[in-house]
Design a protein around this ligand. Structure first.
Ligand code: PEP
Ligand code: MG
Length: 767
C-alpha cells in the first residue's frame, strides 16, 4: 500500500502516476487508485465500478467502507441507481441527499443511511463507458465545487489505466477460474449475486452443480465401483427406468416424453456401443464399469468433435446413458442421477434436453452462469414454472453441493447461504402473494374479464407446452389464442412424425376443455433454430429462412403438420379450432399457405368419406410490417388477425428482440408501432375481421388500455399473467381507454408518449 500523507497536497498528480506504474496486479491497482481518492478527498466510503459493454452491467471492483466487499459485490445495470444514471447519461452526478434522488437504490450492501452525500463520476474514454467512481461523505458534509472539478480531473487521468486494468481483470479471472479448478467456494455468511431473471417466482433448495465434465465424475466413481450386475442386466434395468420416467414425464411434457427413451435406447442397443463393451469385458478382462466408461468416453469424444450442433447434443445423451449404466452395474449413485431433494441447479449452459432431465427431479430453480438462455430454454423453464436466473459469476460453479440457495426472480437476485431473516421474508412473501391472488378472485367471483363500465374482454392464453394449459385453466382462461407448435419440434432431435403430432395436438384440444384453440403453424428459424433441420448456419437467421419461408420451401413438413392438426380437430370434434400462419409478408404468401391447407383438407376429406369434415378458421399473424400496406387484401384471405407485437416491433424498428445491447431501442411505444397497431385495428374493423394481440405487449399494463382504446377486445397472453390482467382491466372504462389511445396517437416524440403513459398508469394504479 502507498503512503497517502503526501497526497493531501493540491497537486497530487505524481503520486497517482506512481500508483499506475507500480501497483502489483490489477486488483491492487484499482484498490490503490480508490484509496488515493478516499484519502485525498477525505471520504468515508468509495467504490470503483467497471462497466461491461456486453452485459451493460457494471460491477464493484474496488471498495472502501463496504464491509461485505469483496464477498458480496454490487452489480447494477446501466441506468440503475445514481452511479448507473451517471454512466447512462455520461455526466457527473452530485447530491447532498441521495435518498431523494430519482433512481436512488438503497442497496442491501450499503451498510447505513448516514452517508447521503454522493458524488458519482463516470469514467469515459471518449464516448465509451469504462466505469465510474463513487465517493460518499456523511450527510451534511458537502463536496466543494473545486473538489468536484479536481476529482473529475484526476478521474480523467486514470481512465486509460483503468481501461487496461479492466481488460486484464477479465483475462486474469478466466485464468484464475481454470487454475482454481473446482476448489469449493468458502462461504461464511450470506452471499448475494445480482442476475437477470429468465422466468418468474422464487425458489429455495440446495445447490447442485450440473456436471458436464464426464471424466471428472467417472474417475472418482470408477475407483470405488463395485460390480453387482452384468452388462445385460444393467441394460434391462436402465431400459425399465427410462420407460418409467417417460411415463412420468408424459403427464407434464407429452411433447417430449418419448424423446428421452428413444435417444438412449437406440444407442444402448447399438452393436458398436454394447458390442464394444462386451468385447472389452470378455477379450481384455476389463471390469464392467471400466468397459462402460471406456466405450462411453470414446462415443462422447466422437460426438463432441463434430461440427454439427445436433451431433454435439448426442454427446450429452451418451454421457447420460453411460452414467445410468454405471449406476446400474455398481452400487454407486452417479452425481447426475435424478434428485429428489428440493434443489437448485447451477450450470454454465443447459440444452433443452437437459431441462427435460432436470424437470424430472425435485428442482426448485436454475442458475445459469454464462451464455444467457436461448429462446427454447427460456420458454421451457417458464412453461415448467422453474424460477431461473442468469448470474455472470463463475464463482457460482464452486458452490459446494448441498449449500442452501434462494433464487428471487422478482428482484433478480440469487442468495447463497441465506440468513434466517431472508428465508423468513421469502416465506412471508409467498404467503402474501397467495392471499393477494385469492383476494383478486374473491373480488370477482364470476372470474370474468370486464372493464369498469361492463364491457366483456376476452383473455386467452399463449401456450408453448401443454403443461401451460393447467395454469390457464386455473386462471379461467377464454381459450388458447396462440399455440406455438414449434415446441415439440424444438425439444426433439428429429422431426416428430405425423402420428406423434396428432397425439400432441389432440391432447392440447382435450386439455383446453371445449374452449377455442388457435394453432400457429411451425415458426422455425430466427431464435428458434432446429439444429437437425438447419444444417448450414445462417448469417442472420431473423432475416433468413424463417417461419412461412421455411415451411413453404419444405412443403412436406408443412403438409404433415397441417394434416396432423386437421386430424386432431376431426378426432376431437373440435368446432372452435383455428389455424394461423406466422410471418406472412405478402398476399401471395398467404394464398400459397392457404392452398397447402386446402390440399390437406381435401386429402382428409377423402379419408373421411361421408363423415362431416370440420374446417378450422384461418388467420394471419400480423408481424411483418410490409403487410400493413396490403392489409385490406390480406383481410379478404383471413377469418382473423393475430398481432405478433414481438416481431412487429423487431422488424419495424430494426432491433433484434434477443439482443440486450440494443434493448433500449426496442420501444413498444414508438409512434411507428402505436400507429401501425391503430391501422391494423381499423382495417380489421372495416373488413369485419376478428383481431387479437398475442405478442408480449398485450400483457403490459401500460398498453392494455391502449389496445382497448383502439378497439381490440381480445388478448392472448402468458397463462400466469391472466389473473393480473383481468384485475387491471376492471379498473378503467372504454371511454378512458379511447382518450388515452387518442392522446398517445397524437404524439410524435417518444419522450412525450412516455410521460403520458406514466401519467395514465399513475392515475389507474393509485386508485
Ligand atoms: C410475436 O412475434 O409477437 C409472437 C407472438 O410470436 P413469437 O414470439 O413466437 O415470435
Ligand atoms: Mg412472432
Amino acid at each position: 500500500m502507498f503512503d497517502f500523507t503526501l497526497t493531501k497536497q493540491k497537486n497530487a498528480q505524481p503520486l497517482l502516476k506512481e500508483i499506475i506504474s507500480q501497483s502489483n496486479g490489477t486488483q491492487a491497482f484499482l484498490q490503490n487508485v480508490l484509496e488515493y481518492f478516499v484519502n485525498t478527498y477525505s471520504v468515508v466510503k468509495g467504490s470503483i465500478f467497471i462497466y461491461d459493454n456486453v452485459t451493460r452491467e457494471f460491477t464493484q471492483k474496488a471498495a472502501y467502507g463496504f464491509p461485505m466487499f469483496p464477498k458480496a459485490r454490487i452489480i447494477l445495470k446501466i441506468g440503475e441507481g445514481i452511479i448507473g444514471r451517471s454512466l447512462a447519461e455520461r455526466r457527473t452526478i452530485y447530491t447532498e441527499s441521495a435518498a431523494s434522488m430519482r433512481g436512488y437504490i438503497r442497496h442491501h450492501n450499503f451498510p447505513d443511511d448516514d452517508t447521503q452525500t454522493y458524488l458519482a463520476v463516470p469514467l469515459l474514454q471518449g464516448k465509451e463507458r469504462v466505469g465510474a467512481i463513487l465517493l460518499l461523505r456523511p450527510t451534511g458534509e458537502p463536496f466543494l465545487a473545486e473538489e468536484i472539478s479536481s476529482i473529475r480531473e484526476n478521474a480523467n487521468d486514470v481512465v486509460s489505466a483503468i481501461q487496461n486494468a479492466s481488460a486484464l481483470i477479465s483475462i486474469e479471472s478466466a485464468k484464475r477460474d481454470i487454475e482454481k479448478g473446482m476448489r469449493p467456494l468458502e462461504i461464511t455468511g450470506e452471499l448475494s449475486y445480482r442476475g437477470s431473471s429468465v422466468s418468474h417466482g422464487w425458489g429455495i433448495g440446495v445447490a447442485h452443480i450440473f456436471a458436464r465434465k464426464y471424466s471428472r465424475l467417472t474417475s472418482a466413481q470408477l475407483s470405488t465401483a463395485k460390480t453387482v450386475r452384468s452388462i445385460d442386466e444393467a441394460i434391462e434395468l436402465v431400459e425399465k427406468k427410462l420407460k418409467e420416467s417417460t411415463e412420468a414425464l408424459n403427464e407434464r411434457l407429452p411433447e417430449a416424453a418419448s424423446l428421452i427413451f428413444e435417444s438412449s435406447a437406440m444407442i444402448m442397443r447399438d452393436d458398436n456401443f454394447l458390442g464394444k463393451i462386451k468385447a472389452l469385458i470378455s477379450d481384455k478382462d476389463y471390469s464392467t464399469p471400466k468397459a462402460i466408461v471406456e466405450v462411453g468416453n470414446e462415443f462422447i469424444k466422437l460426438f463432441e468433435a463434430s461440427e454439427d450442433e445436433y451431433m454435439q447434443e448426442k454427446a450429452r445423451d451418451v454421457e447420460d446413458l453411460t452414467l445410468q449404466l454405471l449406476e446400474a452395474v455398481s452400487e454407486e449413485t452417479p452425481e447426475y442421477s435424478i434428485l429428489t431433494r428440493p434443489h437448485i441447479i447451477i450450470a454454465d449452459k443447459l440444452l433443452p434436453s437437459d431441462i427435460l432431465r432436470i424437470a424430472q427431479g425435485n428442482v426448485k430453480g436454475i442458475a445459469l452462469i454464462a451464455g444467457g438462455a436461448t429462446a427454447h430454454v427460456s420458454l421451457l423453464v417458464r412453461s415448467l414454472d422453474i424460477p431461473t436466473i442468469i448470474v455472470k459469476e463463475l464463482d457460482l460453479l464452486r458452490i459446494p453441493n448441498g449449500q442452501e440457495i434462494i433464487i428471487d426472480c422478482a428482484n433478480d437476485y440469487l442468495y447463497v447461504n441465506p440468513s434466517e431473516e431472508r428465508r423468513y421474508n421469502f416465506e412471508l412473501r409467498s404467503q402474501a402473494q397467495k392471499l393477494d391472488e385469492s383476494n383478486i378472485t374473491a373480488n370477482n367471483p364470476a372470474n370474468e374479464t370486464v372493464t369498469l363500465d361492463g364491457e366483456r374482454i376476452t383473455l386467452m392464453a399463449n401456450i408453448n407446452l401443454i403443461a401451460d394449459v393447467q395454469n390457464a385453466r386455473k386462471a379461467n382462461f377464454d381459450g388458447i389464442g396462440l399455440y406455438r407448435t414449434e415446441f415439440p419440434f424444438i425439444m426433439r432431435q428429429s422431426l416428430p412424425t405425423e402420428a406423434e403430432q396428432v397425439k400432441i395436438y389432440t391432447r392440447l384440444i382435450q386439455e383446453a376443455n371445449g374452449k377455442p384453440v388457435t394453432f400457429r403453424t411451425l415458426d422455425a428459424g430466427g431464435d428458434k433454430v432446429l439444429p437437425y433441420l438447419y444444417k448450414t448456419k445462417e448469417e442472420n437467421p431473423a432475416m433468413g429462412l424463417r417461419s412461412m419461408r421455411f415451411t413453404l420451401r419444405y412443403t412436406n413438413i408443412m403438409d404433415q403438420q397441417l394434416r396432423a392438426i386437421l386430424r386432431a380437430i376431426q378426432y376431437t370434434g373440435c368446432k372452435n379450432a383455428s389455424i394461423m400462419f406466422p410471418m406472412i409478408s405478402s398476399v401471395e404468401e398467404m394464398i400459397a399457405a392457404k392452398e397447402r391447407l386446402w390440399g390437406c383438407v381435401d386429402s382428409i376429406q377423402a379419408e373421411l368419406g361421408d363423415k362431416e369434415l370440420i374446417i378450422p378458421n384461418i388467420g394471419t399473424m400480423v408481424e411483418i410490417p410490409a403487410i400493413l400496406a396490403v392489409l385490406d387484401k390480406i383481410a379478404e384471405e383471413s377469418d382473423f388477425f393475430s398481432i405478433g407485437t414481438n416481431d412487429l416491433i423487431q422488424y419495424t424498428l430494426g432491433v433484434d428482440r434477443t439482443n440486450d445491447s440494443v434493448a433500449s431501442y426496442y420501444l413498444p411505444h414508438h409512434p411507428a408501432i402505436l400507429r401501425s397497431l391503430k391501422t391494423i385495428a381499423d382495417v380489421a374493423k372495416s373488413k369485419g375481421v376478428h383481431v387479437s394481440v398475442c405478442g408480449e405487449m398485450g400483457r403490459d399494463p401500460r398498453y392494455i388500455p391502449f389496445f382497448i382504446g383502439i378497439g381490440l377486445r381480445c388478448f392472448s397472453i402468458e397463462a400466469i399473467q391472466i389473473t393480473r390482467a383481468r384485475e387491471l382491466i376492471s379498473r378503467f372504462t372504454i371511454k378512458q381507454c379511447e382518450e388515452y389511445a387518442n392522446d398517445l396517437l397524437s404524439l410524435s416524440l417518444t419522450s412525450e408518449i412516455e410521460n403520458r403513459i406514466d401519467e395514465f398508469t399513475d392515475k389507474i394504479f393509485s386508485n
